[in-house]
Write a protein that binds this ligand. Sequence first.
Ligand code: FAD
Length: 405
Amino acid sequence: MVMNRSEDAVQEASSGYMTDERRMIQEVARDFTMKEVLPVANELDPVQGDIPMELREKMGEMGYFGIRIPGEYGGLGLGVFEYCLIAEELARGWMSVASIIARAGGVMGVVGWPLEKRIELTKKAAKGEYLAAVALSEPDAGSDLANVSCRAVLDGDEWVITGSKYWCTFADGADYIQVLCRVDSDKKSRGRGLRSFVVEKNRGELPANVHGSPIPKIGYFGWKTYELAFDECRIPKENIIGGEETEGFKSTVSGLEVARAHTAARAIGLARGALEDAMAYAQERVQFGQPISDFQETRFKLARMASEIEAARQLMYFVATEADNRRRLDKEAAMVKWFAAEMAERVTSDALQILGGAGYTKLHAVERYWRDARLTKIFEGTSEIQLRIISDRLLGRPTNRQRQS
Ligand SMILES: Cc1cc2nc3c(=O)[nH]c(=O)nc-3n(C[C@H](O)[C@H](O)[C@H](O)COP(=O)(O)OP(=O)(O)OC[C@H]3O[C@@H](n4cnc5c(N)ncnc54)[C@H](O)[C@@H]3O)c2cc1C
């Protein structure tokens, strides 16, 4: 294949991870992003519009909601590697589009529901027709998730949920909200007293007895992020994930490893979008009678950006492969999440610098990549929490934290 210089610069190094099938998956997702996602993002992000239903339907047809869902349940039956590969491509267009693919397929764990119902809903999820919002965080429980205080109390055949949730993205557009609640009255039990529940709802509405409003965030447009008040919201007794004995905190935290690889993929996609745009701009923009890409400072900046992206990508490929091989990877997942997020902030900021004043406008997508990259250091566990996980694995817990859960 003959590549021009720009393509060559942004093409990841050939690695043992890539097969012909994976290259094809990547190329199809790249083509889909440039044709279907990027133009929509450029139009709607500046006006804080939601991801259009038409785009969600097209993503459903591509199978992007069911990448990891087994074939017999309507999914593509692929692994974490392909999931990350596609997420990188989608994030190159719009981060929220790369994020929404993570909102499908969580209901097989609702063991109190008949198997047929779980399979039917998983098949819908694979098409993007049954999607979740996730309500873990609260005003006083962010990094310290074990401090959740939203209560679920069993009353006959129903759980009654009361309390506040914060930062619930997609609370309005989802088909259900997965809510992490405390089921005992003793906060000292920390994570052991938590369970996850499924609160079903109509699309476009909040559930009955749940009130809330969007938080005025500075990016991650395409969907809204809510503060929510649950006021005796009643759900059937069966709507508990993993049954009453499964600790909600542990199952939430174990799911975060794949989520962190996926966040790294999103950060890499954003950084790549910024790099590609900066390269194109630098070759067109003329100052002092020459393209600014002829200035060594610009060239070296681009070289550093491309190198950092590639380093993050190779670590992501490794982590995704380990996840597919079901190896323990909490440290490595934290490493790639931390590294990719920090890298994305630096790279998108350098891209903005290359565009000069044009970068500081809504006329170029680089400002979107920069704003969205900033978030990757905060959600799915902040950069500091990733460093805590890594350093705890290297050194053991510090003595003043050894007895905490
Ligand atoms: C746009 C957006 C969308 C989100 N979407 C969702 C969602 O859909 N569902 C959901 O449940 N949550 C969501 N979140 C919440 C997100 O996961 C939290 O913001 C994140 O976990 C951090 O919690 P916090 O904001 O309360 O910060 P805090 O935990 O208050 O942290 C503040 C600062 O203190 C530092 N810090 C805290 N503890 C430690 C420690 N032990 N060691 C060192 N430093 C520490 C942090 O790193 C950070 O720098 C979203 C957040 C944003 C901004």
